[in-house]
Write a protein that binds this ligand. Sequence first.
Ligand SMILES: Nc1ncnc2c1ncn2[C@@H]1O[C@H](COP(=O)(O)OP(=O)(O)O)[C@@H](O)[C@H]1O
Ligand SMILES: [Mg+2]
Length: 252
Amino acid sequence: MIKVKNIHKRFKDNIVLDGVSFDIEKGDVIAIIGPSGTGKSTLLRSINLLEHPEEGEIEFDDFSLDYGNHKKKDELDLRKKTTMVFQQFNLFQKKTALENVMEGLMVVQKLPKSEAKKIAIEKLRQVKMDDRLDYYPKHLSGGQQQRVAIARAVALKPELLLLDEPTSALDPELVGEVLDTIRTLAEEGNTMLIVSHEMSFVKSVANKVIFLENGRIVEQGSQKDIFENPQNERTVEFLLKNRVELDLGYNI
Ligand SMILES: Nc1ncnc2c1ncn2[C@@H]1O[C@H](COP(=O)(O)OP(=O)(O)O)[C@@H](O)[C@H]1O
Ligand SMILES: [Mg+2]
């Protein structure tokens, strides 16, 4: 069980996260949905300490961190437990696909090169990128780059994988391959927190859903609760709006 407690984050006088708390059980795939600008990215970034919340805590079974008051070493320990997949992939442009995945294994986990390489190849095979090991990001499609980024994040065996709109920067025809990769990770039991506006994907992959608005959790529950029996009128409004958008989009 992972507990995220009472996260507060502001940028100057803009309160972006106003006391966000929720629990994550092993194997959970929790979707965070909500309007644009509502704090979803800031929440994931705060959890991983890419932003620095003024207040809040995270508790794992064997480790906890006070976001408002912690040491550098805690930050490194947290990064071993949570890894992030970004909207814009954020691969090292001067490294090949293989080197991108090896990097964290050598730097964060301090594995010897030969072992890092073995694991990296295996992870790239799992995302069906083992035929592109020596390609640089600029010679890969967006979907391929994102699959490399996913392999890089998963290679570190995080207890919690954070995915921030992992398909939003992709051309529509490349979305499906990345969603399929994430679906496989979910089926393999990886614990994930995923920000997504792909509602049909959320519905089919997430077991829990959090609706975030203006830095607060308006409603959270099982995927069924939120999609079939939402209690808050804001949730209803958001879902209706997004279903309409879904109808206009493509089907996965
Ligand atoms: N680094 C930053 N500096 C200042 N304001 C920021 C920064 N990052 C995000 N914000 C602000 O925080 C709010 C929430 O942003 P974000 O978390 O990106 O929302 P979402 O991911 O839900 O679209 C927005 O008002 C945004 O302008
Ligand atoms: Mg965002």
